[in-house]
Ligand binder design. Structure first.
Ligand code: UTP
Length: 291
């Protein structure tokens, strides 16, 4: 059973400057919740209750968010606002949180390697919180779907999505043997290819399940462009020596690392989640009132 989930949150979030000058990108709110909370809720739904964060300088707000704020709780106790803290309080009660630091921003592979002590020798999930994933129509989140794939194949799993050909240069792109039901056995993987060099339009998004041998493989990976250690290189070694599955998930994904994706996610969540929750709450309050 997978129980652990790693959140690399050390990046500078330069695309959101000046908003991210002193505030972590992962704390930017989509309507009324910070991005990272959506990611932790998805992990919680998948049964992953040991949560590790790889943070960096200026990211203390994330640790504070996943801790109790006694003054605030005391201040709003008994008022109508108490319920606004329910979602985060539930997460804090149900999960364990630990933190480590990535001292140099040397890319996603290096960030994951920095989380080695937190994840140990068990398979674990990785969530990039700036990819906001909304559950499929049946309510099953993307990580919960991926845990099932892991249980079937017992190897690393990456979430993929079809993207337009002119967007492939932003992603790791896979080639694979189509096994049906959205599953591919990975045969090739290229990080940020040009349109001409891309092996397909199946792009890896920010959800992974990794087997622990990934750490030794990352250690042996030479830094690439800009001195960054890519996770795709280590995954490709796993694919060559054993197996990596790519999974075309059910549900929606918003690239909240970009301004356009962030605005799109905000509009979607406001209309499809927030307003619905408000209406449900109002209905419940009305029923209580009429009793
Ligand atoms: P991004 O490249 O999208 O994030 O990395 P960034 O570097 O913060 O954003 P920009 O491009 O400057 O706007 C994806 C995820 O990986 C983490 C980031 O925090 C983000 O959640 N990351 C990236 C690290 O933790 N360490 C790194 O060295 C790189």
């Amino acid at each position: 059973m997978i129980k652990k989930c790693l959140f690399p949150v050390a990046g500078y979030g330069t695309r959101f400057l000046p908003a991210t000058k002193s505030m972590p990108k992962e704390m930017l709110p989509i309507v009324n919740k910070p991005l990272v909370q959506y990611g932790v809720e998805e992990a919680d739904q998948a049964g992953l209750s040991t949560i590790g964060f790889v943070t960096g300088r200026g990211k203390r707000a994330i640790a504070d968010h996943f801790d109790i704020s006694y003054e605030l709780e005391a201040e709003i106790k008994g008022s109508g606002k108490e319920s606004l803290l329910t979602s985060i309080r539930d997460l804090i009660e149900n999960n364990d949180f630990s933190f480590t630091r990535q001292n140099h921003m040397k890319g996603l592979g290096h960030a994951i390697l920095s989380g080695r002590n937190l994840m140990g020798d068990d398979p674990f999930a990785v969530v990039l919180a700036d990819d906001l994933c909304v559950a499929a129509e049946d309510g099953e989140g993307v990580l919960a779907q991926m845990v099932k794939i892991y249980e079937q194949f017992r190897c690393s799993v990456v979430a993929i999505q079809e993207v337009p050909a002119d967007q492939v240069h932003k992603y790791g792109v896979i080639a694979g043997e189509d096994m049906g039901n959205g599953l591919y056995r990975v045969t090739d993987m290229v990080e940020k290819p040009s349109q001409e060099d891309a092996p397909s339009n199946l792009a890896i998004i920010g959800r992974y399940i990794l087997t622990p041998d990934i750490f030794d493989k990352i250690e042996k990976t030479e830094p690439g462009k800009n001195g960054e250690v890519q996770i795709t290189d280590a995954l490709m070694k796993q694919a060559q020596e054993g197996c990596v599955m790519a999974y075309k998930f059910r549900g929606k994904r918003f690239d909240c690392g970009s301004i356009e994706g962030f605005v799109e996610a905000t509009n979607y969540v406001f209309e499809n989640v927030y307003l619905k929750d408000q209406a449900e709450q109002a209905e419940q309050d009305q029923k209580k009132g009429s009793k």
